[in-house]
Design a protein around this ligand. Structure first.
Ligand code: SF4
Length: 106
């Protein structure tokens, strides 16, 4: 299952983390929702492979530990989504389609 590119229409914004939005539902540690809006990572799909962290040309992502999550115990957090240059590399290389990038989502 890939991230829903229309998640902002289907989910509620339930909080903020490290300066970006969090879209629910969130029920830690098993359900973590989507982090970010311009650069959105579905934490419930992310498998912690780190391809986006390694290859993003402007270092948008940071690791965040998520102990107890069934998919992986670390996630690629879009900590600096405002730096994104919309190259779409992360969307293309994510092995589990956990990322969507849309500058004008809202
Ligand atoms: S689209 Fe490009 S610049 Fe933006 S977060 Fe993904 S890899 Fe980084």
């Amino acid at each position: 299952m890939a991230i829903d590119p229309d998640f902002h229409l289907h989910r509620e914004r339930v909080g903020e983390h490290a300066g970006h939005d969090v879209w629910g539902p969130v029920n830690e540690p098993e359900t973590l929702g989507i982090h970010g809006t311009h650069v959105a990572v579905d934490f419930d799909i992310c498998d912690g492979s780190g391809d986006c962290l390694e290859h993003c040309p402007v270092d948008v992502f940071d690791w965040v530990d998520t102990p107890g999550h069934p998919e992986s115990e670390r996630k690629a957090d879009p900590a600096d989504e405002s730096a994104c240059i919309d190259c779409m590399l992360c969307v293309d290389i994510c092995p589990v389609d956990a990322i969507d990038v849309e500058a004008n989502r809202l």
